[in-house]
Design a binder for this molecule. Structure first.
Ligand code: CP
Ligand code: NVA
Length: 301
């Protein structure tokens, strides 16, 4: 039997993604598929939402989370990553990991005999994309055919969102500065899943008619050294009221958080009436519960 890992959102088939989102929309307090079981949560980077939402989701499913930091285990130094994966597979029903280098997740997944979930890597943030899709479904209604715009860096969050939105039949528009947009490999991967995205360097062009406008920080965790250079490259890419006014009437503003007010977004937008960022953050819990419940059931098939 093949173990299902979720290193990127397109590790799920479209109908499986839909099922995870259906489960995410169910209130907690139902089945407890993790009763008497544990989930190991490994972090190499800071986290507020991902750690808390994952731990609470495990508890809501009847299980117990065990969260630990890289320095506690010395992955690759104190012992090989493959040994860590094999050992932890004997303790936990699922493993989650937030890593600097996506290849570490691949190493974990190659050796683990339980599902491995990407809790954010340099390449993707599929758990965030689940919450983003759930939030858009709640605010936009039907996702299929709706337009979602991304303004800024085509980073881990953008990549997973674009993949997930394309899988759900959404129209994806990306406004990125030259050199910070999707690669040819990204575009091929997106085209294999549905309609290819519109890519532009003009934020107002990307958001025209969009029902949801997303952005994220200009320098992600691990890119702190590039912050100044990126601030220059992203001039003109701030989501402000002018950009939001160019979107569809009633469009929502979304951000995975943490947000840098005055950089990628103005306070008037992120704290304004069109912002759904707190509901989006709360949906990290519900979408994680949906994902874990589906993964645990899948592992028992
Ligand atoms: N959005 C998100 O992943 O937040 P944290 O980094 O706080 O987990
Ligand atoms: N792109 C950001 C997301 C944080 C949740 C980062 O990787 O730091």
């Amino acid at each position: 039997m093949t173990v299902r890992h979720v290193l990127e959102i397109d590790d799920l088939r479209a109908e499986e993604l839909d099922e995870v989102l259906r489960r995410a929309a169910e209130p907690p307090g139902g089945d407890r598929p993790l009763a008497g079981r544990t989930v190991g949560l490994y972090f190499e980077k800071p986290s507020l939402r991902t750690r808390h939402s994952s731990e609470v989701a495990v508890v809501q499913l009847g299980g117990h989370p065990v969260t630990f930091r890289r320095e506690e285990v010395g992955s690759g130094e104190r012992e090989p990553v493959a040994d860590i994966a094999r050992v932890l597979s004997g303790y936990h029903a699922v493993l989650g990991a937030r890593v600097f280098d996506h290849r570490l997740l691949e190493e974990l997944a190659a050796a683990a005999t339980v599902p491995v979930v990407n809790l954010l890597s340099d390449r993707g943030h599929p758990c965030q994309a689940l919450a983003d899709l759930l939030t858009m479904r709640q605010h936009l209604g039907e996702l299929e055919g709706a337009t979602v715009a991304w303004v800024g860096d085509f980073n881990n969050v953008a990549r997973s969102l674009a993949l997930g939105a394309t899988m759900m039949g959404m129209k994806v528009r990306l406004a990125c500065p030259p050199g910070y947009g999707p690669t040819d490999e990204d575009l091929d991967r997106l085209a294999a899943l549905g309609a290819p995205p519109v890519v532009t360097t003009r934020p107002t062009e990307a958001v025209a008619g969009a029902a949801a406008v997303h952005t994220d920080v200009w320098a992600s965790m691990g890119q702190e050294d590039e912050a100044e250079e990126r601030a220059r490259a992203f001039e003109g890419f701030q989501v402000d009221d002018r950009v939001m006014n160019a979107a569809a009437p009633g469009a929502v503003f979304m951000h995975c958080l943490p947000a840098h007010r005055g950089e990628e977004v103005t306070a008037s937008v992120v704290d304004g009436p069109r912002s759904v960022v707190i509901a989006q953050a709360h949906n990290r819990l519900h979408s994680m519960r949906g994902l874990l419940s589906w993964l645990v059931e899948e592992a028992q098939r």
